[in-house]
Ligand binder design. Structure first.
Ligand SMILES: Cc1ncc(C[n+]2csc(CCOP(=O)(O)OP(=O)(O)O)c2C)c(N)n1
Ligand SMILES: [Mg+2]
Length: 476
């Protein structure tokens, strides 16, 4: 029988006032000596490297979309590419303290988050894990291309090229992409590193991530879950549903204590101050400051904070602290991560809804330039080291692009491929909706169209372990 909760009229009719908790706004205070001790020189430089890699990756996509070439390599990409140029510090800072068993779910603008989380996971994995993962994922198809086009002496280095190529090939709809080219720019994912599917429906990841966090809680799985959604998604009903669901009293008041409390979900709003063209503050919403929303959801105000997403160390600090709260069952958490996209909503966007002066103001405070200045001013790195990081990023991006545009070696996914066929077999009825029915092997009844009798390959699979859809070998 369900527990009953007495509603006492004398309690409910009593006069009093609600007192809301304070919401910290950009409260992080830099302490270069403490930061050097915490991250180490290598960690601080890696943060710079990851930001630069993401910037160069998306700069390359921008050039390909607008000019049809990058570093002399020509290509026409007809698919979408919503770029997050300008938002790198927010993604890299968030990923720094996350482990592969912490999950992120993103939006239409999540290339940077995919790369940042994957680069962070590489830094936390050992050589054997990386080797085994790359050999087994996609039956090693993705790895074979990387070994050929972007080889490296060390496995961790090769793994960096692997995530760059796997993501790029996915964006270009290629069979060697992380999702066999079936997801593309807005739905790419890489579960071994906790990079869960991104979602083109604005705010859509809020609910899915909340479900994932509930799964973790009831199944006693380690790690937290982050929904990376935009500031304009606060106007979407599903985001509010997700926040209400995540904050239900019953997790703490009715469920047995050993269940662990509320689902470990962090609603991270990448607050770049724009929807496609509308401005949430001053135009399309009335919250004044996004972090304020937490106050309306539960007595803890969702532990909401505004964090300076132009400083990767401030974001890393916030995520580390919030992760502790979430792991203790004290969620949900809301972060209002201040950032800015220099890029238009998409490459065809002329940004007519904002002034050049405004974009220039944010460019002057570009997080990569600012963080570079911080590293140099505090002797955490030399000019030569940081220049080498940039040169290395350009070389890597050029190498993976050269692979990603090669139709012969890295073909586009064919909709009548094995995956397509298997999809029909596993989900009877979907074939009826197939727009390429006439070309589909299943329709033609050829030998190749016979249903696969083997297993659908699922990651992870480790030596000595059976295939499992749920166990992640990277869990701590
Ligand atoms: C439910 C839904 N409504 C509208 C759109 C069209 N759309 C795509 S991106 C976007 C703006 C999203 O703004 P925000 O959430 O702040 O993310 P940002 O683009 O700034 O990263 C809109 C309205 C959509 N994809 N999904
Ligand atoms: Mg936005």
């Amino acid at each position: 029988m369900t527990k009953t909760i007495l509603i006492d009229p004398s309690e409910q009719r009593k006069p009093s006032r609600l007192v809301a908790p304070e919401i910290p706004i950009n409260q992080y205070v830099a302490d270069p000596a403490a930061e050097a001790a915490k991250f180490g020189r290598a960690g601080l430089i890696r943060i710079f490297r990851d930001m630069v890699l993401i910037r160069e990756f998306e700069t390359m996509l921008d050039r390909i979309k607008k000019e049809g070439s990058y570093q002399g390599i020509e290509y026409q990409h007809k698919g979408p590419a919503h770029l997050s140029i300008g938002q790198e510090a927010a993604a890299v800072g968030q990923a720094y303290h996350l482990w592969p068993d912490d999950f992120i779910f993103g939006s239409h603008r999540s290339h940077g988050e995919i790369l940042a989380k994957s680069l962070s996971a590489i830094a936390k994995s050992n050589v054997n894990e990386l080797q085994q993962l790359m050999e087994s994922y996609n039956n090693g198809d993705t790895l074979r291309i990387v070994e050929r086009y972007a080889p490296a002496d060390h496995i961790a280095d090769l793994a960096v090229n692997y995530v760059l190529f796997g993501t790029l090939a996915e964006i270009f709809g290629r069979f060697a992409g992380f999702n066999r080219g079936m997801g593309g720019s807005m739905h790419a994912f890489f579960p071994p590193f906790g990079v869960m599917p991104n979602n083109a429906i604005v705010g859509g990841s809020a609910d899915i991530a909340t479900g994932s966090a509930l799964f973790k809680r009831v199944n006693r799985r380690p790690g937290i879950v982050i929904a990376n959604i935009g500031d304009a998604s606060m106007g979407c009903g599903p985001v509010w549903e997700a926040m209400m669901f995540a904050a239900m009293d019953q997790y703490r008041k009715l469920w047995p204590a050993e269940a662990g409390g509320a689902p470990p979900i962090l609603f991270n709003f990448m607050n770049n101050f724009y929807g496609m063209g509308g401005q949430p503050v001053g135009e399309t919403m009335g919250y004044g400051m996004l972090a304020r929303i937490g106050l309306g959801v539960n007595p803890e105000g969702m532990h909401a904070e505004r964090v300076d997403g132009y400083n990767p160390l401030a974001v890393a600090d916030a995520v580390e602290r919030k992760k502790q709260l979430l792991s203790a069952g004290k969620g949900p958490v809301l972060l209002d991560t201040v950032t800015y996209r220099f890029a238009g909503h998409s490459p065809s966007d002329a940004s007519a809804y904002r002034t050049k002066e405004e974009v220039d103001l944010w460019r002057q405070q570009d997080s990569i330039i600012g963080y570079r200045g911080y590293l140099l001013a505090n002797d955490h790195a030399t000019e030569a080291e940081l220049d080498a990081v940039i040169a290395d990023a350009i070389a890597r991006i050029t190498a993976v692009l050269r692979a990603g545009v090669n139709d012969a070696d890295v073909p586009r996914v064919a909709l009548d491929s094995g995956i397509h066929r298997r999809h029909h077999v596993l989900q009877p009825g979907t074939h009826a909706l197939c727009r390429r029915k006439a070309e589909c092997a299943l329709e033609q009844g050829t030998d190749a169209a016979r249903p696969d009798t083997g297993e659908v390959p699922v990651w992870p699979r480790r030596a000595g372990q059976g295939a499992s859809k749920t166990q992640n070998p990277h869990v701590r």
